[in-house]
Design a protein around this ligand. Structure first.
Ligand code: PEP
Ligand code: MN
Length: 362
C-alpha cells in the first residue's frame, strides 16, 4: 500500500484529537473548542455533525450547519478540524467547508458499500482520512476499508481503535481487544494508530487508564470526546469530559519512548526476551503434543462409536485447569479464553481423525 505520512503525526506523539461527540449549538462548539485549545495539548478539533445512532429517535446531529461552527472554532484556535463522514453528501459538505480531516465511523467501516461510496467521493482529493475499526471484531473489514480508500488515491491514512461491541457484562462499553489493534499495527506499520478511549470506556472515569494503556502500547494518538457541560450533552454524555478533566487526563499521561538506545538496557531486555522465546518454543511444542494425544483419543472414540464432546470430561478439565492457573496468578478471564481456544483446536483435530479417514476408506 502506497501511503504518505501525515505531518502532524511526524511532529508529535501522541497527537491529541478532542472536541464534542456531537456539535449541538454554535456556543457549545466554540466554548468547548476554545477551552480545550487553551491547554496547548490538543492538536485537532473534532465534532460529530451527522450522528449514526444505533436506535432511532435519538439525537442524530445538527447536519451541515455544524461544520460552519467547527470552522469558526478553527479560526479562533488555529487548530485543524475533523468530522465523521458516512456518504457522498457528507464528503461533499465537508470538502466544501475545507474540513482538514475526515473520519469513517465504526458502523460505516463495517459496510463495504458505504466505504466504497466515500472512497469514490474522495477520488482526486488529497484528503486525510482516519478509519475507525468496525463495530465487531473483524480486522479484514478494517483492512478492506483502508484498501478501498487507498485504491481511490487516498494516501494520508490513520486508524482509530475504538473497541468492539459485545454481549453481556463488561466494564467497557466496547471491549478493547488490544490484540486486534496490534495486528493492524503489524500489517500497516507506516499508518498511525490512534486510540479512542471514550468509545471504549463509555464512562469518563475509565478514560485515563485506557489512554495510558494505549500509549504504553505505542499508539500514535488519542481521540477523546469533550464537552463544555458533559452532563447536558445530547449524545454520549457519560463518556464526555469537561475541558478541565481533559486537561487533568492529558497532564497525567506518561509518555514512554518506544526506541531503545541504551546498551545496558538493550542487553537486559535481550536476556529476558531470550527467556520468553524459549518458553514460547516449549509452549508450542507442548500444544502440538497435546493435539497428538487428542487425535489418539479421537481414534478410540471413532472405534467405539462415541461423540467427540463429552460434557462432563470438559467440565472436569475446566475446574482442574482454572484452579491450577489461579495458583500461577493467571486471571480467570484469560484461563477461560485459553481453554476455549485449546478445546476448539482439539475438537478440530479429533474431527479430522474421526471423519476424514472415513471418507478416505470409502
Ligand atoms: C464518534 O466518534 O462520535 C462515533 C460515532 O464513534 P464510533 O464510530 O466509534 O461509534
Ligand atoms: Mn460519541
Amino acid at each position: 500500500m502506497k501511503t504518505q505520512s501525515i505531518s502532524l503525526f511526524r511532529e508529535k506523539r501522541p497527537v491529541i484529537i478532542s472536541g464534542p461527540c456531537s456539535a449541538e449549538s454554535e456556543e457549545q462548539v466554540l466554548q468547548t473548542c476554545e477551552a480545550i485549545a487553551k491547554s496547548g495539548k490538543v492538536d485537532i478539533l473534532r465534532a460529530g455533525i451527522w450522528k449514526p445512532r444505533t436506535r432511532p429517535n435519538s439525537f442524530e446531529g445538527v447536519g451541515a450547519i455544524g461544520i460552519g461552527w467547527l470552522a469558526k472554532a478553527r479560526e479562533s484556535t488555529g487548530l485543524p478540524i475533523a468530522v465523521e463522514v458516512a456518504n457522498t453528501t457528507h464528503v461533499e459538505e465537508a470538502l466544501s467547508h475545507n474540513v482538514d480531516i475526515l473520519w469513517v465511523g465504526a458502523r460505516t467501516t463495517a459496510n463495504p458499500f458505504s466505504v466504497q461510496e466515500i472512497a469514490n467521493a474522495l477520488k482526486g482529493t488529497n484528503s486525510t482520512v482516519l478509519v475507525k475499526n468496525p463495530i465487531h471484531e473483524d480486522v479484514e473489514l478494517w483492512t478492506g476499508a483502508l484498501e478501498r480508500l487507498n485504491q481511490a488515491g487516498i494516501e494520508k491514512l490513520a486508524m482509530i481503535h475504538r473497541g468492539f461491541a459485545q454481549h453481556g457484562n463488561s466494564v467497557y462499553r466496547n471491549e478493547p481487544k488490544w490484540q486486534l489493534a496490534i495486528e493492524m499495527k503489524r500489517r500497516f506499520s507506516d499508518i498511525p494508530l490512534i486510540c479512542d478511549p471514550s468509545h471504549i470506556c463509555g464512562k469518563r472515569d475509565l478514560i485515563q487508564g485506557v489512554a495510558q494503556q494505549a500509549l504504553d502500547m505505542d499508539f500514535d494518538g488519542l481521540m477523546i470526546e469533550s464537552h463544555i457541560n458533559p452532563d447536558a450533552a445530547l449524545s454520549d454524555k457519560e463518556q464526555q469530559v469537561s475541558p478541565e478533566d481533559l486537561q487533568i487526563i492529558l497532564d497525567s499521561l506518561i509518555i514512554r519512548r518506544s526506541n531503545i538506545t541504551d546498551v545496558e538496557l538493550t542487553e537486559k531486555l535481550q536476556l529476558l526476551r531470550n527467556q520468553i522465546d524459549l518458553i514460547d518454543d516449549d509452549l508450542v511444542k507442548l500444544l502440538g503434543e497435546r493435539m497428538q494425544v487428542a487425535e489418539a483419543i479421537g481414534l478410540v472414540k471413532k472405534e467405539k462409536g462415541i461423540t467427540i464432546l463429552q460434557a462432563e470430561r470438559w467440565e472436569e478439565i475446566i475446574k482442574r485447569v482454572t484452579a491450577q492457573g489461579s495458583m500461577h496468578d493467571l486471571s480467570l478471564d484469560f484461563l477461560e479464553r485459553y481453554l476455549n481456544a485449546i478445546h476448539q483446536e482439539s475438537i478440530e483435530h479429533q474431527n479430522d481423525v474421526m471423519n476424514t479417514s472415513e471418507l478416505e476408506e470409502e
